[in-house]
Design a protein around this ligand. Structure first.
Ligand code: ADP
Ligand code: F6P
Length: 323
């Protein structure tokens, strides 16, 4: 669309490695298409208050490999109310913003939809380490976070092996078990606990550890998604029931930082470019996702209503090969 002259880009919700790669792609793609590009600071807050920076090619030089988000991010409560969305719309009209790329999770998508319905075309890109966005098979930041978990658990494995201990590791993911599932497989966890599947401590953790002890193994990793909770208590219960000294480790926000992996950089670049192409055509109220390694887009509401069940077969494979 010829009149998409000025676009904005913002990051919203929790940060994720690869957000900078997405910002870079949006800025460079927009500029190459002759658009003016504004970097909106601290998510929807910056939009409401007109806190934005005019970007040029060099504003995004050197950020591809950086974790976090150079634009800053925030959770903006005001934007959840109609008055806040009206203020953001007025700011878009005042500053001449014709469209916005929103990089964030489901909450950010809801905001993008609200603003699109008020006449400002918005396109959502999936940015979260949790991989919990149903409209995409993959979210920007997920691969980096999982690789961080693997590095950390490898370290825990060293000390657990020295002490004949069980490392009970809690990883992020909010209500989803994607990080736990894959990082659990990659670290040879004896048990992987995800909130999507009911857990029986005796059946799913104690029995496999005892069977493994009987085969002569004496060091273990139990991978727990944060949606399960009670990780410290769980470690005590495992120790009491198996006799294996156990230590709980909550990995926490280290999982959100660090230089993005190749996969996160590439997917963020593909998606950022795609989002600008949509806006260029005047298309808003869309979310971008990955389906079978291809970049696709959906209506935001349709995307929010999609389902992405966890891969239960992977859990079975993990159990089958763990000792
Ligand atoms: P994420 O985008 O990672 O899911 P949040 O749920 O915290 O993170 O949402 C990020 C921001 O998106 C919120 O702080 C708010 O500004 C906006 N947002 C969230 N939910 C809504 C909603 N229902 N309507 C409008 N805006 C919303
Ligand atoms: O959504 C990303 C995430 O890191 C979740 O895994 C976690 O539950 C949450 O954000 C933590 O949020 P905060 O940074 O506000 O503590």
């Amino acid at each position: 669309m010829a009149n998409m002259r000025k676009i904005g880009v913002l990051t919203s919700g929790g940060d994720a490695p690869g957000m900078n790669a997405a910002i870079r792609a949006v800025v460079r793609a927009g500029l190459s298409k002759g658009m003016e590009v504004m970097g909106i600071v601290r998510g929807y807050n910056g939009l409401i208050h007109g806190d934005m920076i005019k970007m040029d090619e060099s504003s995004v030089t050197g950020i591809l490999q950086k974790g976090g988000t150079v634009l800053g991010t925030a959770r903006c409560l005001e934007f959840k109310e109609d008055a806040g969305i009206e203020r953001a719309k007025d700011m878009c009209l005042k500053t001449g913003l014709d469209g916005i790329v929103v990089i964030g999770g489901d909450g950010s998508y809801r905001g993008a939809r609200d603003l699109s319905l008020k006449g400002i075309p918005c396109v959502g890109l999936p940015g979260t380490i949790d991989n919990d966005i149903s409209s995409t098979e993959y979210t920007i930041g997920y691969d980096t976070a999982m690789n961080t978990v693997v590095q950390m658990v490898d370290r825990l494995r060293d000390t657990s092996t020295s002490h004949d201990r069980c490392a009970v590791v809690e990883v992020m993911g909010r209500g989803a078990g994607w990080i736990a599932l894959n990082a659990g497989i990659a670290t040879g966890a004896i048990a992987i606990l995800v909130p999507e599947v009911a857990v029986d401590v005796d059946r799913d953790i104690v029995a496999p550890i005892k069977a493994s002890l009987a085969k002569g193994k004496n060091t273990f990793v139990v991978m727990v998604a944060e949606g399960i909770g009670h990780t410290a208590e769980l470690a005590k219960e495992i120790e009491a029931k198996t006799g294996v000294e156990s230590r709980a480790t909550i990995l926490g926000h280290v999982q959100r930082g660090g230089s993005p992996t190749l996969r996160d950089r590439v997917v963020a670049t593909q998606m950022g470019y795609y989002a600008v192409e949509l806006l260029e055509k005047g298309i808003g109220n869309r979310v971008v996702g990955l389906k079978g390694e291809k970049v696709v887009d959906y209506d935001i509401l349709e995307g929010l209503n999609m389902k992405k069940p966890i891969d239960a077969e992977m859990l079975e494979i993990a159990k089958a090969v763990a000792l």
